[in-house]
Design a protein around this ligand. Structure first.
Ligand code: SF4
Length: 433
């Protein structure tokens, strides 16, 4: 979500006449687009702002801006923490950036905007050699998971009109984008109760169907769905829509029903297993990844073992593991953070090891097989090594050239590790996307 916001910020400034630079020392304005989901991210952003503040001594016109969730969460406090910060803009007010930059003195733009700008995402400048793009379909979240600061920083759900999204996808396809990733805090909740279910199809599936027939769009992904709304029509869409990638990121957060209830996550481990089973039946090669939090207040060894057990039983092929940290303004911040840091780390390590094993095992199934890879760019292993992703979201390295960026190539997989597949190009499967 932040990556997409950063792209939107950059497009907005380019339309306003600014130029991007890769060299931070050359910049007249540096903007930190921040995240509040974890404490560590906030500490890093503050450290960076402190480092940048020194530039003001030699260049008084140099501007520092803090944008995103941390801006919304900490607001005016940020000026007190670092007096060199010039502007603070929350996620709902990003469209005001260019006009803020025209002003002088410190500016604070947080809270709800006077007008909604759900179509602002459309004003985008695509970078050179770009063949994949994020596409926001909604903003905000109506859930109130006890540990999460997002509803506070991004507000309640707002859905972009389906026509706008389809129009933006057409624009992307016409500009060389072959793969789109639909974004939403709960992306499968698109439309909520404001848009009707038609012939048993939820608004999200209706949108997927419209995007699936767009010429030029070869792959569709989405993130992140919520288990509660992971309906059967979406599972069927995975079976029936040829461009919908066989890859699902399904955040479970915990395998303990007791902890899920404490987190205000309205599902059980049984529901997760049902979704996974149905998905695998509909799409046998589907890749399923997840998010897990360890050390939530009150999480016992038994609760943790239930999480490990769910991870093993569901056979997730990848997971992001987070050690719980209380976030100001959330309900869980009022609870005693009673799982010791050392214990959180132990649980983290146990799960990380499981994830590595699962990922290695999943990757091995591709050895000797030919997979289709959308070539995205240069890998960090020498100029002729490129990287791309399979439909089920495995990263692949192979020898190819810059001219291949944007093509879908057939790659025979020769070796695999926990995180990467490596292979050899066999033929150009489909040409330019
Ligand atoms: S579903 Fe829960 S974790 Fe996800 S953004 Fe909404 S409140 Fe946060």
């Amino acid at each position: 979500m932040n990556e997409r916001d950063s792209e939107m910020i950059s497009s907005q400034l380019q339309y306003a006449g600014y130029e991007l630079t890769d060299n931070e020392k050359m910049a007249d304005v540096v903007i930190l687009n921040t995240c509040s989901v974890r404490e560590q991210a906030e500490i890093k952003a503050l450290g960076k702002a402190g480092y940048l503040a020194r530039r003001k001594r030699t260049n008084p016109n140099f501007k520092i801006g803090i944008l995103g969730c941390m801006a919304e969460n900490l607001g005016e406090k940020l000026f007190k923490l670092n007096g060199a910060i010039d502007f603070v803009i929350g996620p709902k007010r990003l469209h005001e950036l260019a006009s803020v930059l025209e002003g002088n003195g410190q500016s604070l733009c947080i809270g709800d905007p006077k007008e909604q700008h759900l179509s602002r995402d459309f004003d985008r400048k695509l970078g050179k050699n770009k063949c994949t793009a994020f596409l926001s379909i909604m903003h905000g979240c109506n859930m109130r998971c006890s540990y999460c600061v997002v509803p506070r920083t991004r507000g309640n759900e707002q859905y972009r009109p389906m026509e706008d999204i389809v129009g933006e996808a057409k624009f992307l396809a016409e500009n060389g984008i072959g793969e789109i990733t639909l974004l939403g805090q709960i992306v499968n909740n698109y439309g909520g109760r404001l848009m009707p279910t038609v012939d048993g199809k939820t608004p999200f599936v209706q949108l997927l169907e419209r995007l699936d027939v767009l010429p030029g769009i070869e792959r569709i992904r989405y993130m992140s769905p919520h288990p509660q709304n992971f309906s059967d029509d979406l599972i069927l869409a995975h079976k029936n829509l040829s461009k919908l990638c066989p890859s699902v990121h399904l955040p479970i957060q915990s395998g303990s029903n007791r902890i899920l209830a404490a987190m205000k996550r309205p599902y059980t481990s049984g529901r997760i297993l049902t979704i996974v089973e149905k998905l695998r039946k509909a799409v046998p090669n589907v890749g399923i990844s997840t998010d897990i939090i360890v050390g939530y207040p009150g999480e016992t060894e038994e609760d943790f073992e239930e999480t490990v057990s769910l991870f093993d039983t569901a056979k997730f092929n990848m997971a992001f593991i987070f050690k719980y940290s209380p976030r100001e303004g959330t309900r869980s911040a009022e609870l005693i953070d009673d799982v010791k840091e050392s214990e959180k780390e132990r649980r983290n390590q146990i799960l990380l090891q499981r994830v590595q094993e699962a990922s290695r095992h999943y990757h091995q199934r591709f050895l000797g097989k030919t997979v289709e890879v959308l070539v995205e760019g240069h890998a960090r292993r020498g100029a002729d090594t490129m990287f791309g992703w399979t439909p089920n979201h495995c990263k692949v390295l192979f020898k190819a050239s810059e001219n291949d960026i944007g093509k879908i190539l057939s790659i025979q997989i020769d070796s695999s590790t926990t995180s990467i597949l490596s292979g050899t190009v066999t033929e150009n499967a489909q040409g330019k996307v």
